[in-house]
Design a protein around this ligand. Structure first.
Ligand code: NDP
Length: 240
């Protein structure tokens, strides 16, 4: 039977490409999202992948959604923690709310989701978890103290949890994407983006599929000797 794969933020941007690539790889995919109903409806119509609306930053909301997904689709065996946000500002303007929102959504969500699938994966002695970090969590980025801290935290979280999961055949890996052409990056001012692309040896932004194929690789059933690793997919921008 096809394994159930849950992709948070899986109905648009990088997440949509991940959902579709996992579906093509034979997984029974479920996507989550925060509030963009139109994108979710269009995505489900196009792909047949069901979308569940819940806030990954809120533990109770994750718990209720996972219960529903388990009842309606089945227990999650492949988890991709992809949902993320930016709230960019230099320290001078970085409010406590902007800090909390980014930490809770990008990093707190990894705790919430992993915690809630962990017992099931442990009992089954199978699990594949991929957390989406960022090149900016590896290298830092001006105006992104909150985002860099959250993404850097994801890389440590991944290595620690991988050590706990190994005995139960659960692999936990991270992907650190470089700049990928999605709405998140389209929000960057064009002149800044031009300078960023100039620093990418491959001479272009990433495509969502460039990240998705990494997820398919790391979550394959036979990828059972790869754990605790961070796969950089960034066009050579940062060789870590
Ligand atoms: P997008 O902004 O295009 O999409 C973000 C997704 O996350 C949406 O599906 C959104 O749902 C969902 N989401 C946001 N907040 C929440 C929340 N609180 N609860 C549930 N879902 C939520 O992002 P990208 O596709 O660009 O990025 C995907 C991931 O990749 C993120 O973790 C990002 O940090 C990371 N990344 C992106 C890079 C890039 O260049 N684009 C580079 C490096 C890392 P909704 O549609 O409802 O708002």
């Amino acid at each position: 039977m096809a394994r159930v794969a849950l992709v948070t933020g899986g109905q648009r941007g990088i997440g949509a490409a991940i959902s579709e690539a996992l579906q093509a790889a034979g997984r029974k995919v479920v996507a989550s999202y925060a509030g963009n109903d139109a994108a979710a409806e269009a995505f489900t119509k196009r792909t047949g992948i069901p979308c569940y609306k819940f806030d990954v930053a809120d533990y109770e909301s994750c718990a209720a959604a996972l219960k529903q997904i388990e009842q309606e689709v089945g227990p999650v065996e492949v988890l991709v923690n992809n949902a993320g946000i930016t709230r960019d500002a230099t320290m001078k303007r970085l409010s406590r709310d902007m800090w909390d929102a980014v930490i809770d959504t990008n990093l707190g969500s990894c705790y919430n989701m992993c915690k809630l699938v962990w017992d099931g994966m442990t009992a089954k002695k199978f699990g594949r978890i991929v957390n989406i970090g960022s090149v900016n969590g590896q290298a830092g980025q001006y105006g992104q103290v909150n985002y860099a801290a959250a993404k850097s935290g994801i890389h440590g979280f991944t290595k620690a949890l991988a050590q706990e999961g190994a005995r139960s055949q659960i692999t936990v890996n991270a992907i650190a994407p470089g700049y990928v052409d999605t709405e998140m990056v389209r929000a960057v001012p064009p002149d800044v983006l031009e300078k960023i692309v100039a620093r990418i040896p491959m001479g272009r932004l990433g495509r969502a599929y460039d990240i998705a194929r990494g997820v398919v690789f790391l979550t394959a059933d036979d990828a059972d000797f790869i754990t605790g690793s961070t796969l950089s997919i960034n066009g050579g921008q940062h060789m870590y």
